[in-house]
Design a protein around this ligand. Structure first.
Ligand SMILES: CC(C)(COP(=O)(O)OP(=O)(O)OC[C@H]1O[C@@H](n2cnc3c(N)ncnc32)[C@H](O)[C@@H]1OP(=O)(O)O)[C@@H](O)C(=O)NCCC(=O)NCCS
Length: 221
């Protein structure tokens, strides 16, 4: 009989739509996934504890999942029976998602405080100004439970989303604040189209051409 370690090694990520019943669990895992990212630390403050960054993130993630549910693509990845990853993406001209209700905004403000909320807005607006005007699918968030990274969970979510993007013949766009993610996204066809500094954190903007353009280029080689 397989022990838990062997079962985990043998596990395969399973991607499904993320249902509202899993939003609380997904928000908590996304909060942990992004807790140590440079932009997260820059916005919430280098002096803030990891626990505080997680709490601030969780309330924002929960609001984001709720508003994204209307028009966005929300995917959850299960690995060895647990929710291990989440992806949130928007269709062309679908981002930013609508603002959360007043109650949800107030709750976020109470948890984060005015300074952090203002810095999130500043970071968000800075990134928003750099986004392309061409119609594109936008990857808003992709996060994997820290203890379950490097097992193919993120790649499984990305692949499932890109299959839809390719079926629609769309270019895709994202930003990332971790240099090690450049290779991860580069493998599936994203290239760097810009590099900016946001509140002291380095952020790379990446674009993936539509599938049609990729296959034509390959055919001409
Ligand atoms: C970026 C992120 C989503 C990637 O998710 P992940 O599940 O760790 O990714 P994968 O396991 O699919 O792939 C990551 C790497 O592990 C490798 N890998 C995959 N399965 C593996 C395995 N079983 N053993 C060892 N390595 C493995 C992949 O080849 C990949 O290598 P690469 O970085 O050279 O491309 C995740 O690290 C994360 O949540 N980071 C923090 C939040 C973040 O930065 N999100 C992205 C914002 S744009």
């Amino acid at each position: 009989m397989l022990g838990p370690g062997a079962r985990r090694r043998a596990a395969r990520p399973v991607v499904d739509p993320l249902e509202p019943t899993a939003f609380a669990e997904a928000a908590a895992l996304l909060a942990r996934a992004f807790r140590d990212n440079p932009l997260n630390v820059a916005v919430i403050g280098a002096g803030a504890s990891a626990r505080r960054r997680e709490r601030c993130n969780a309330v924002v993630m929960r609001n984001l999942l709720r508003v994204a549910a209307g028009s966005g693509v929300l995917l959850g990845v299960r690995y060895a029976g647990v929710l291990a990853g989440g992806l949130v993406a928007a269709p062309p001209y679908g981002f930013p998602f609508p603002a959360p209700g007043v109650g949800a905004q107030l709750r976020a403000l109470l948890v984060q405080g005015l300074r952090v909320a203002a810095r999130w807005r500043e970071a968000f607006e800075r990134l928003q100004r750099r986004r392309p005007i061409e119609a594109h699918a936008y990857l808003g968030l992709l996060g994997v439970e820290p203890s379950l990274q490097r097992r193919g969970v993120g790649a499984a979510a990305l692949e499932a989303w890109l299959a839809r993007v390719d079926a629609d013949g769309l270019p895709a766009y994202l930003e990332t604040d971790r240099e090690e993610n450049l290779r991860f996204y580069g493998r599936v066809g994203f290239g760097i189209v810009g590099e900016i500094e946001v509140l002291g954190a380095r952020v790379w903007c990446m674009r993936r051409p539509p599938a049609m353009a990729v296959s034509v280029a390959a055919a001409l080689r």
